[in-house]
Design a protein around this ligand. Sequence first.
Ligand code: PDD
Length: 285
Amino acid sequence: MSIAFLDGHYMPIEQAKISPLDRGFLFGDGIYEVVPSYAGKMVGFAPHIARMKQGLAAVGINLSWSESDWAELCNRLIKENGAGNLGIYLHVSRGADSKRFHAFPENIAPTVFAFTFEIAPPPVADKTRVKTYKVSTTRDLRWDRCHIKSTALLGNVLHFQHGYEQGNDETLLFNDNNELTEASACNAFIVIDGSVITPPLDNQLLPGITRQILLDVLRRDGRIPVEERTVTMDEVLSADEVWITSSSKEVAPVTKIDGKAVGNGEVGDIWLAAQTLYSAGKFDY
Ligand code: PDD
């Protein structure tokens, strides 16, 4: 049985109950994070908490938790739930009001909820053992604030479902100019002629922590050129390699897009180099 945290108390997840008037439930009015943890060691704890604080500030939710408050919560959940391969889910909603009214209520306390769920073991940098991903493509129909890690994920859910119903693992998203934004729950990268390329950060995509760590380990290593720039649909469809990244997947190679092989259809050499660097450096963040 997994142990969750809700508003100051630890309890079996089945006992965690929120009010139906909670604005997270009614409006998706909240911010969340997923921090991966392997054998009790978290990856990217500080940048995950920094991003959550930015999200809370962006939507005007006042929560005076310090980084060490979050660390205490995460470490306690790891202790309670066994130090396996865990996703630590952190969720702050604006709180429960006494009525349904769109404007921010005054004098309500944010709801803080956290639990852990099992994630796959981290991918190993081995072409023969890594899970390969098949993806669909579609027009990005979400909102113009995709840089905020909002709990209002229906747009993402519908895009994920689109790929899922086609038998795929994810969906790559393109804006009205046929430029890559990200995927429904991942950031996206392509490789052309040995260079790693990913769309620049703006309101069209989440500033992924895996993306951030990956770019940093690649730049520190210096052997593989890295570019943050606009990526067109044509470039994605003719790329040598395509990857998707997220906290639970790390760097995942995509071998099929809408049923067509990416590059030669095999997991690429640049992926191998990138996942090797990521595996070696991830616990430094
Ligand atoms: N998804 N883009 C979107 C839309 C995401 O939802 C995620 C993460 C990412 C990758 O971010 P990070 O590297 O920080 O995990 C990019 C999480 C894991 C989720 O919703 O479960």
